[in-house]
Ligand binder design. Structure first.
Ligand SMILES: *[C@@H]1O[C@H](CO)[C@@H](O)[C@H](O)[C@H]1NC(C)=O
Ligand SMILES: *[C@@H]1O[C@H](CO)[C@@H](O)[C@H](O)[C@H]1NC(C)=O
Ligand SMILES: *[C@@H]1O[C@H](CO)[C@@H](O)[C@H](O)[C@H]1NC(C)=O
Ligand SMILES: *[C@@H]1O[C@H](CO)[C@@H](O)[C@H](O)[C@H]1NC(C)=O
Ligand SMILES: *[C@@H]1O[C@H](CO)[C@@H](O)[C@H](O)[C@H]1NC(C)=O
Ligand SMILES: *[C@@H]1O[C@H](CO)[C@@H](O)[C@H](O)[C@H]1NC(C)=O
Ligand SMILES: *[C@@H]1O[C@H](CO)[C@@H](O)[C@H](O)[C@H]1NC(C)=O
Length: 643
């Protein structure tokens, strides 16, 4: 019994470990899958056999107790013997009431296969699960270092074919690359930069442009992934200088080129941008001082300030927005305006910026969030402010030691030029003005004097700039920088190793241990109870019992039975009804009826146990030696000696 139970537990554990091994395993081969499932079921079957075996052994032990306790009809005795094969016992009240434990154990034997064979394999299913992993991967990033070392005379190959592209074009001072004092100076943004910038500016969407296979590239395959990266690139830092019609103070200090009086409602503009004060001159030299054709070769010794970055234009942007607040009739503005407009002036400075970008690639979308930390102005010079309060362009900006010259630190010059090219590209989208015809006397409409501005995402409906233009400009520019990643042929696009958290859905075995143990725990517990009960019964009985044919043979050696079963010796079915209802009991045959028999045996006082009618059998007592095998063999030996 104990061995049976132990084996049951071992098989259940085997099933558990098999399933655990299969858990989240992606088995492609259908044939293998099928086999693994069968192995699990085979173990479940073995567990059933073991647990059932334990219960059956106890059942057999206990049956005899039932036969001894009460006289039962032959039908009930039949059914009790066959309780594990024939469920009709559960409809026999006599059996249930006389031998409740036996019937209960039989019930358990019937139920064990349901828990083990039918339900336990249900703990292993086949499904999709989200496989998460964290690993280091190469992801695209922006790195301007390559621009600082780039010499256009030495092309850098690109794995996709062709050469890497710079964000800018250079002019140079001599055709002869070995000429003394030769240097390259910035000309303009490159065609590739123009393309990526224009694509972003015109796509009207609120995110950077990415490559179509950006997610696969970054996540290293068909995954969803998130990661964070930092890089240094240019950024615009905007501050609001004036807010409202009469806010003039800071405008004067900073030398704003215009004030809010030009903006709606006092002026005509809903948008006015001055973005070119102190811009790098193009051409740098008058036409008669350079060779004809491309390259911008100076004819004479180049002047000292050729190609020098003296200042980076500050963006001065004025805009007005509709506050949706209605104007009262007695207000002087009421003659032309129905709703109050609020003017603002913002100033944006081009800064070297540390970007921290959180990428969240989630099929089919992606999300990127950039936080910016502004480091320092790219060209740290200021224009002096003239008497009219505007920047004085006749005086060179200062201080001079912050100028960035192509003859000095070349890599700093090239980095500055690359940043400048991005800023220059961006400024083309902001340049221009938008006038507004007031709604009274009407009709009100916007008059656009700009090539690009109203096509960008900075503009809301009806050609008016968005209300939070300051943040919009900053993030628009940030997205333009990040959009460089959409053009892997750019020199500024590099790869770096970062920690990536990625996930995807895998179809595989899914094992839920809970489900398995929900099946086995009650089975093990109940079998354990039954085992304990069986052990107790054995101890009480002082012997073990079984139900084989031989046991039936030896327990029916009673002449009374011969009498009542006359005519039914074939074992035929149906069995005579009246015989079926005869009540029999197992016990020690009464001494006085069996006295002859005992005398014949010659063993006085040794009882004989058999089935019999209730009146002829007495109780079996523990520890009394009834006619048993040992005695028999002794007697046979004695007979031999007598011979
Ligand atoms: C940028 O690239 C250079 C080499 O081209 C490398 O030394 C540097 O570490 C890179 N910077 C970042 C932030 O990856
Ligand atoms: C605002 O600018 C206008 C024209 O540019 C000028 O006439 C006016 O004096 C300025 N207002 C202030 C307060 O400076
Ligand atoms: C570079 O050279 C070309 C051709 O001579 C000229 O058109 C262009 O203006 C030059 N660029 C600068 C910044 O001088
Ligand atoms: C300003 O906003 C209000 C309410 O949103 C709208 O009714 C009105 O037409 C707007 N004014 C203009 C000039 O668009
Ligand atoms: C403002 O309204 C008055 C009266 O309705 C009109 O004469 C004037 O032209 C309007 N001003 C503008 C700038 O449209
Ligand atoms: C330029 O002006 C800004 C704003 O007033 C100031 O913060 C900055 O220090 C100035 N830069 C130089 C080099 O003077
Ligand atoms: C990525 O996430 C989305 C949304 O949660 C999901 O629909 C998609 O199946 C996921 N893709 C992969 C490859 O895990």
């Amino acid at each position: 019994m104990v061995f049976s139970l132990l084996m049951g537990v071992v098989f259940a554990l085997c099933q558990h470990f098999l399933y655990r091994w299969l858990h989240h395993q992606n088995v492609k081969d259908e044939d293998k899958k099928f086999r693994y499932v069968l192995y699990g079921r085979a173990l479940a079957y073995c567990a059933k056999v073991a647990f059932g075996g334990c219960a059956v052994l106890v059942l057999r032990q206990r049956i005899w107790r039932a036969f001894r306790d009460r006289a039962l009809s032959v039908l009930s005795i039949d059914q009790l013997f066959g309780a594990t094969e024939d469920p009709t016992i559960f409809g026999n009240w006599e059996a249930i009431s006389s031998a409740p434990f036996v019937v209960a154990i039989a019930m358990v034997v019937w139920l064990i296969p349901i828990a083990t064979i039918i339900f336990s394999p249900g703990a292993l299913t086949f499904g999709n699960y989200e496989d998460r992993q964290s690993l280091e991967l190469m992801v695209p990033t922006v790195n301007f270092t390559a621009e600082t070392n780039k010499n256009w005379r030495k092309p850098v190959g690109f794995v996709g074919g062709g050469n890497k592209r710079s964000v800018m074009y250079y002019n140079t001072t001599s055709r002869d690359p070995t000429a003394p004092g030769l240097f390259d100076y910035y000309d303009q943004p490159s065609a590739e930069l123009k393309r990526t910038a224009l694509l972003l500016a015109y796509n009207g969407m609120n995110h950077p442009n990415i490559r179509q296979d950006g997610r696969q590239g970054a996540c290293g395959g068909s995954f969803n992934c998130t990661y964070e990266q930092t890089f240094v690139a240019p950024g615009y830092q905007c501050t609001e200088i004036a807010k409202g019609v009469n806010d003039m103070g800071r405008l004067k200090d900073l030398g704003a080129p215009f004030n809010t009086s030009e903006l709606v409602p006092t002026g005509r503009y809903v948008y006015k941008a001055e973005v070119d004060f102190g811009a790098y001159a193009r051409p740098q030299l008058p036409e008669d001082q350079v060779e004809k054709g491309p390259g911008g070769y100076p004819l004479d010794t180049p002047p000292e300030d050729l190609g020098v970055f003296k200042s980076e234009p500050v963006l001065w942007i004025g805009h007005s927005y509709n506050t949706s607040e209605t104007i009262k009739a007695d207000d002087p503005l009421a003659s032309n305006w129905t709703h109050r407009y609020e003017p603002r002036i913002i100033r944006c400075v081009h800064m070297e910026t540390e970007y921290k970008v959180m990428w969240d690639w989630k099929e089919p979308f992606f999300h990127s969030m950039a936080t910016r930390k502004y480091l320092h102005p790219i060209i740290d010079t200021n224009h002096t402010i003239g008497e009219d309060g505007k920047p004085d362009l006749t005086v060179p900006p200062g201080p001079k030691e912050n100028y960035i010259s192509p003859r000095g630190d070349v890599s700093l010059y090239k980095k500055t030029a690359a940043y400048y090219a991005l800023g220059e590209m961006f400024r083309t989208f902001l340049r221009g003005r938008v006038e507004m015809e007031p709604p009274l006397p009407g009709p009100g409409y916007a008059v656009v004097q700009s090539d690009h501005f109203t096509n960008t995402r900075l503009v809301g409906k009806s050609s008016e700039p968005k209300r939070n233009l300051s943040e919009e400009i900053e993030s628009f520019y940030a997205d333009m920088v990040i959009s460089l990643l959409s053009a892997p042929e750019m020199l500024t696009v590099d790869n770096e190793r970062v920690m990536v958290n990625r996930s995807n859905f895998k179809s595989s075995f899914v094992y839920v241990p809970q489900r398995l143990w929900q099946c086995y725990a009650p089975v093990i517990f109940i079998t354990l109870l039954i085992l304990a009960f069986g052990a107790l019964t054995i101890w009480e009985d002082g012997t073990t019992f079984s139900t084989g044919f031989s046991r039936i043979l030896v327990t029916t050696r009673n002449t009374t039975l011969d009498d009542i079963s006359r005519g039914a010796c074939l074992g035929n079915d149906p069995f005579p009804i009246e015989l079926m209802h005869t009540k029999l009991k197992f016990g020690v045959l009464n001494e006085h009826t069996d006295v002859e028999y005992q005398n014949g045996d010659g063993y006085q006082g040794v009882g004989h146990c058999a089935f019999g009618v209730a009146s002829e059998v007495g109780p079996i007592r523990r520890g009394i030696p009834y006619a048993g095998l040992q005695r028999r063999s002794k007697r046979q030996k004695v007979e031999k000696y007598e011979d």
